[in-house]
Design a protein around this ligand. Structure first.
Ligand code: BG6
Length: 254
């Protein structure tokens, strides 16, 4: 039974790779919508993948969310001889503290004996505050470090759930519904074709910063995130999707 299950997962991985046109896919057994412990399994898979991708000098930009928090839970020492610096990918975007990128980077640094940097920016941020804060030396400096990151570790969310979690305005909720938003990543909301239909104004990594110079690790699972995952991969670049069986099977069902 075990062997059957494992080869079944490999078949799933291969098919998801083709559907999303992504280099690598790891599917862990189970559905994190049903069992929270499956997030920890995705977290462990993300940690071992990350360990293999380290170079001599690493700046790892990390987003918030409960899935990336599970990666922090699963974190173990990564390396003895390489530099590792964790930075939040973007300014806080309306998460409760345990799921905030700033909390997550500090835990990752503690567990790996690495370093971390913070990015202090208000959220949500108005246009005028944005202009002002971008001139703050500590923000400018932190931003430079974030943009130079060579590894990006991020989650993907269901669009409407994320908008609610961020207590978005009625106008924004309305827009997302009208335009059929299904997925969200880095504060960008996508429809099923991967079109960006709205973005949260915050400082940090923007979609256009995610290019081939960065190793991008996407961690997202649960059958309810199938559409969200597909929408992200239509729009943006990633080297690997680490997901669960629940999401993978739902993606196949289309
Ligand atoms: C948020 C990120 O912190 O977490 C989002 O800003 C992401 O971009 C979300 O979509 C994912 O959250 P979760 O809890 O579903 O892993």
């Amino acid at each position: 039974a075990m062997i059957g299950e494992i080869s079944g997962l490999h078949v799933l991985e291969k098919r998801i790779k083709e559907i999303l046109s992504v280099e690598s896919v790891i599917v862990v057994p189970g559905d994190s919508d049903q069992r929270a412990s499956i997030k920890t399994e995705m977290g462990k898979a993300a940690v071992s993948y990350l360990r293999k991708k380290l170079t001599s000098n690493n700046t790892i930009a990390v987003t918030g969310g409960s899935t990336i928090a599970a990666v922090a839970d699963a974190m173990t020492p990564l390396t003895k001889d390489k530099q590792v610096l964790f930075v939040p990918a973007r300014g806080g975007i309306g998460e409760k503290v345990e799921n905030q990128a700033s909390r997550i980077v500090s835990e990752m640094a503690r567990k790996t004996d690495g370093d971390y940097r913070m990015l202090y920016v208000p959220d949500p941020i108005s246009d005028s505050t944005y202009e002002t804060i971008m001139k703050e030396p500590h923000v400018m400096e932190a931003l430079e470090v974030i943009k130079s990151s060579n590894i990006v570790l991020h989650g993907v969310g269901d669009a409407l759930k994320m908008a609610e979690r961020r207590r978005s305005s009625q106008e924004v909720m309305q827009l997302l519904k009208e335009k059929n938003a299904v997925g969200e990543a880095f504060g960008y909301y996508f429809d099923e074709y991967g079109n960006v239909i709205y973005k949260v104004k915050t400082v940090g990594i923007q979609l256009q910063d995610i290019d081939d110079s960065k190793q991008v690790i996407t961690v997202a699972g649960g059958s309810s995130k199938a559409k969200a995952i597909v929408s992200y991969f239509k729009q943006a670049k990633s080297n690997i999707l680490i997901t669960d069986q629940g999401a993978a099977e739902e993606i196949l069902r289309g």
